[in-house]
Design a protein around this ligand. Structure first.
Ligand code: MG
Length: 394
């Protein structure tokens, strides 16, 4: 029986990623990038064992990423990727599998069919790598000006896994140790091994930058059958009664009037309805839960902070506001002259483009409490988009 071990190379520092944490430990769809890579091989029926090569400083991060997976003990890597792979191969010399699949820990979305093709390729040659034919035209550039054309015929972009007969690649790595070769196929060919090219996959990207991470998220959702984004809406409704005063606060603006609005905060009925609409779209309760009227710290509070809080919750969830539509229902004061300024203030509170906010007004033709000029009602609809997610059920 042919034994196949996967060696997952995750010892890099990921300097290009920014932040303090190596890129393979960043999260993608609820798991670390490295865990996705490890799972892909642990779950593949033709792979008998999986070992990671990690940086000696990452032992804790690795343990958290690898929890519960059937893995060989990790080994520490070296100063370069090439050295890390060699150390990983040396650690397998005792068990000596027939073949080894070397894979970048930062390629989380490798699919089973790509792994199959690499293994199949090893039936014909001592090496086989996942790769994609170059389809874009190639230009030579100098000072950002084209200085020549390059023929793309016969050019491939190398991915991983890169599979090899174990003894052959171990020997090649020993021979080429200290060179600065960028991948194991280069090590193999430098030692005279024949390496086949098998079809890789566009989704099998190496996550190096934050842009790559966003691209990987898109591929992951595609694979899970999830939309990249999903649209949700929420509605809010509020009423405050008139009382003594010389102005009402609506949409954060003081509007002169011969009465005020009664409430625990500044009684800004419009911002309360908008806040509830956003909270509703998020399924995040209502304004009274977030800012209890029983709490004295909100007495007389300016309501823009309530709306800004709802906007911050939305951003924390990775969402954005598509639009807000507000209707104020009252006989007095006249809303028309203030509509634009109101919309602009709402947009400002939420850091939105003004055309995403609509403020409308209507009366109830003299009917009901607003018709009797007892107070003002406001209703609002918020439409938001959130990152697509699976339905979580118990
Ligand atoms: Mg209210």
């Amino acid at each position: 029986m042919t034994t196949t071990t996967a060696l997952i190379v995750a010892a890099g520092r990921g300097a290009r990623f920014g932040g303090t944490q190596p890129k393979q430990y960043s999260r993608l769809g609820g798991k670390t990038i490295l865990r996705h890579s490890l799972e892909a091989f642990c779950n593949h029926g033709a792979v008998d064992a999986v070992r990671a090569v990690i940086h000696r400083d990452d032992a804790d991060l690795y343990r958290a990423s690898a929890e519960g997976l059937p893995l060989l003990e990790p080994v520490a890597g070296g100063d370069t990727r090439q050295e890390s792979v060699r150390l990983g191969l040396e650690s397998l010399a005792v068990s000596a599998p027939a073949q080894v699949l070397i894979h970048d820990g930062a390629r989380p979305l490798v699919d089973p069919a790509t792994i199959d093709r690499v293994i199949q390729g090893l039936g014909e040659r001592p090496g086989a790598i996942a790769a994609l034919q170059v389809v874009d035209s190639l230009k030579q550039g100098a000072d950002q000006v084209i200085s020549g054309e390059r023929n793309r015929d016969g050019l491939w972009r190398a991915q991983t896994p890169q599979g090899f007969h174990f003894e052959a690649i171990l020997e090649a790595h020993r021979q080429q140790s200290g060179q600065s070769l960028t991948d194991d196929a280069a090590v193999a060919t430098a030692s005279g091994l024949t390496v086949g090219l098998v079809q890789g996959a566009e989704g099998n990207i190496k996550v190096t930058t934050n842009d790559d991470l966003a691209t990987a998220e898109g591929y992951l959702k595609l694979r899970q059958g999830l939309p990249r984004e999903e649209v949700r809406s929420g509605q809010g409704f509020d009423v405050h009664r008139f009382g003594p005063g010389d102005r009402v606060t609506l949409c954060g603006l003081a509007i002169p009037h011969d009465q005020g609005l009664v409430g625990h905060s500044d009684a800004d009925v419009a911002l309360h309805a908008l806040t509830d609409a956003i909270l509703g779209a998020l399924g995040a309760g209502d304004i009274g839960e977030h800012f209890p009227p029983s709490d004295p710290q909100w007495a007389g509070a300016a309501s823009d902070r309530f709306l800004a809080h709802a906007g911050a919750l939305l951003r924390e969830r990775g969402g954005r506001l598509a639009n807000l539509d507000l209707t104020l229902i009252c006989e007095v004061p006249k809303i028309g002259p203030h509509r634009q300024a109101m919309a602009a203030r709402i947009a400002e509170i939420l850091d939105l483009a003004p055309d995403r906010v609509s403020v409308k007004a209507t009366t109830t033709e003299g009917l009901g409490f607003t018709g009797r000029r007892e107070g003002i009602a406001a209703q609002a609809i918020a439409t938001i988009s959130l990152p697509g997610s699976a339905d979580e059920r118990d």
